[in-house]
Design a protein around this ligand. Sequence first.
Ligand code: PAF
Length: 287
Amino acid sequence: METTRTIADVRRVIGTPRAAGRSVGFVPTMGALHAGHAALIDRARAETGCVVVSIFVNPTQFGPGEDYDSYPRCEREDLAVCEAHGADVVFAPSVEEMYPRRSLTTVHVDRLSETLCGADRPGHFDGVCTVVAKLLNIVAPDRAYFGAKDYQQATILRRMVSDLNVPVELVVCPTVREPDGLAVSSRNRYLSAEQRRQAPALHAALQQAAAMIRRDAPPAETVIEAVRAALADGAPDGTIDYVRVVDPETLEDVQRTDRPVVIALAVRLGSARLIDNLRVDPPAGAS
Ligand code: PAF
């Protein structure tokens, strides 16, 4: 495994396998790698001939007062995870390498970026889209791998890639969960023991809601009320940022649940802002 720090270097290193006809799989990360990232690397390893992982805590996707400074940075452990899961190349640039001067260009995906987490974190998805566009231009992968936990991020990036004709296939992989259902996340380490005990209530509430939809397809409002009640019960220390039932493509609120929907939520537990979601498809035969 080779660790590269500069754009010129990562391009040079990837050039050799590419010239030999190997496809390139790319897993962009901000480090603090966990089982979710490992699953993305495994999938890239299984599907492509050269696996590239980037580790870059991107300052432009953090808002004022967010956790950019305290975001966990543990490169030695991250490199060990990359190596253990068979990555060929790690790209771990400095902020100066990625942003040598004030950029005058921002990639903004309209509408999709302003709802859900985008409403609470203005500019966040512009930072994500711009850095991912830069990374895709640097690595030029055949496939890029993202987790379904960040459903909105994946939806926005898919649209960006389509609108800008970026020649890459986005692969969205299932959310990896702890045995009690909590979606694995780098930010779970911010939870106290008591908050960690309450955190699985997010997934439990989503599952209950999914069962309700599959059974009766009630109005979205009823589903949202049920999720809020389950969260109040299971995670009483949490503050709900949002609970929404949305169209899987447009991310717009829906009223009816007798068609595919995504239930998405964000809850603050102490200093951790946890997000989770579940896509629910009506049972086959229902209309
Ligand atoms: O999902 C993340 O970790 C980040 O948003 C990403 C895609 C690596 C961009 O910085």
